[in-house]
Design a protein around this ligand. Structure first.
Ligand SMILES: O=C[C@H](O)[C@H](O)COP(=O)(O)O
Ligand SMILES: C=C(OP(=O)(O)O)C(=O)O
Ligand SMILES: [Mn+2]
Length: 463
């Protein structure tokens, strides 16, 4: 179905400034790796990318909700079955909460199976007077603070390809092998319920889902309907050599697809209109996301639509806004109003993580659960006021019991951060905080349709 990679059409980005690319010490070595990757099989199929685009089109039309989540930075040593299962489990539990409470389909997209490259604020890091290149994700260099580990090594790109393939293989096995069967709602909670109020709240919901499934079965519904779920992969398309090497021309349509993931997104630091990342994304047919930070102007958003979604095709373009809790209510309304006014039908997601990062007194990079929730609340308020669709959330999370973000139902404090601070880059919500957030988002979604001001009902008078 997929023909050989044709270099020429896909290399138009090379003429343009490409921000955040590693300083690979040996260009020949990089080119050798790129040539090898270009001959590897696709990680996902073009038809699957099309399916996600159709699912996202429903979201753009206001008929479905997106849950996109996973690590800030995946690491090559965390591709075990347990790690992948626990992330999937967390996303499935969140999705069950959201689906049940919102009564709309939840499109599940992992930041997974390819999320290995990081844009950074600085090029170097100084520790005890020693200055080394900053960690840029496992596809570029190692986290360890040594000159050897921090030197970019293109061989890592091949390791990332294989790790992504292994992760996708596990995901496909879990999802189609019955693990995502809705009748497993209790199973996903098994190690959680006794110990926590959120686990208990989830268990109540799982019982309600069970009852609903029993009722449907009694009505004659086919239980196989609930056997598997749809799950899609995504990552930031940062390293353009890697993404180009994994781009193939689909022989059905003769269009190029980046077959490293179903959806790719452009980060806040690389979304410049005259830059290489926007150019690359414009040449592939996958659903595309763009992160929009607080300095984004409405004109920039409209120009991004012209570049990335010239045909105004619902599902093609997703704006992932990450304004910060203190700015979302001021900045987002104009963007949403002007984009909607232009007639474009984009998906709006809220990333409440990246605008709310701060350094705790302990020195840890962290986020407060209340700030995360407040940005989501602001996002819902803005969409409610404009009668537009709050399409979903984009979260950094893990299935592990980490202590990286403060607050939330289990009240992690700054003094607790050192206990299990395991992230390779940004602080993630742990499983408890993620489920907590899902319950709160579900409530916000349910309340979204309520008019802001209710006029008193007219009193009926007898004729
Ligand atoms: O994940 C996002 C960015 O890569 C990350 O927030 C950058 O962090 P830095 O400011 O520590 O470089
Ligand atoms: C780098 C990231 O975000 P942003 O581009 O929004 O800063 C990220 O999603 O990890
Ligand atoms: Mn991040």
């Amino acid at each position: 179905m997929l023909a050989d990679h044709t270099v020429t059409a896909l290399d138009s980005w090379r003429r343009l400034p490409a921000d955040q690319q590693p300083a690979w010490p040996d260009t020949d070595a990089l080119n050798g790796v790129v040539a090898e990757l270009s001959s590897y099989p696709p990680l996902v199929f073009a038809g699957e990318c099309d399916l996600l685009r159709e699912r996202l089109a429903r979201v753009a039309r206001g008929e479905a909700f997106v849950l996109q989540g996973g690590d800030c930075a995946e690491t090559l040593d965390a591709v075990g079955a347990e790690e992948v299962r626990d992330k999937i489990k967390t996303l499935l539990q969140m999705s069950a909460v959201l689906t049940y409470a919102t009564s709309v389909p939840v499109v599940k997209i992992g930041r997974i199976a390819g999320q290995y490259a990081k844009p950074r604020s600085r090029n170097t890091e100084i520790r005890d007077g020693v200055e080394l290149p900053v960690y840029r994700g496992d596809s570029v260099n190692g986290l360890e603070f040594t000159p050897e580990a921090r030197t970019p090594d293109p061989e890592r790109l091949k390791r990332v390809y294989h790790a992504s393939a292994a992760t996708l293989n596990l995901i496909r096995a879990f999802i189609t092998g019955g693990y995502a069967d809705l009748r497993q709602v209790h199973e996903w909670n098994r190690d959680f319920v006794a110990s926590s109020p959120i686990g208990e709240r989830y268990e109540d919901l799982a019982r309600a889902i069970d009852d609903a499934l029993t009722f449907l079965a009694a009505c004659g519904a086919d239980p196989r309907e609930f056997h598997s779920a749809e799950f899609f992969s995504s990552h930031e398309a940062l390293l353009l050599d890697y993404e180009t090497a994994l781009t193939r021309t689909d022989s059905r349509t003769n269009r190029a697809y980046d077959v490293s993931a179903h959806m790719i997104w452009i980060g806040e630091r690389t979304r410049r209109l005259d830059g290489a990342h926007v150019e690359f994304a414009s040449t592939v047919r996958n659903p595309i996301g763009v992160k929009l930070g607080p300095t984004t102007t409405a004109d920039e958003a409209l120009a991004l639509i012209d570049r990335l979604d010239p045909e105004r095709e619902p599902g093609r373009l997703t704006f992932i806004t990450r304004m910060g809790r203190d700015k979302v209510r001021d900045v987002l309304p104009e963007l949403v109003a002007k984009v909607t006014g232009s007639g474009a039908q984009v998906v709006w997601l809220c990333d409440p993580m990246h605008g709310n990062t701060f350094e705790a007194s302990s020195g840890h990079k962290t986020r407060h659960f209340d700030d995360v929730l407040d940005e989501v609340r602001g996002f819902f308020e803005v969409h409610r006021a404009l009668a537009t669709h709050p399409g979903g959330i984009h979260i950094e999370l893990t299935g592990d019991d980490v202590t990286e973000c403060v607050g939330g139902g289990d009240r992690i404090g700054v003094g607790d951060l050192h206990q299990r601070y395991q992230t390779a880059c940004d602080p993630r919500l742990n499983r408890y905080q993620s489920l907590d957030l899902a319950f709160q988002v579900a409530e916000l979604y349910r309340a979204r349709a309520t008019p802001l001001r209710r006029e008193p009902a007219p009193i009926a008078t007898a004729a």
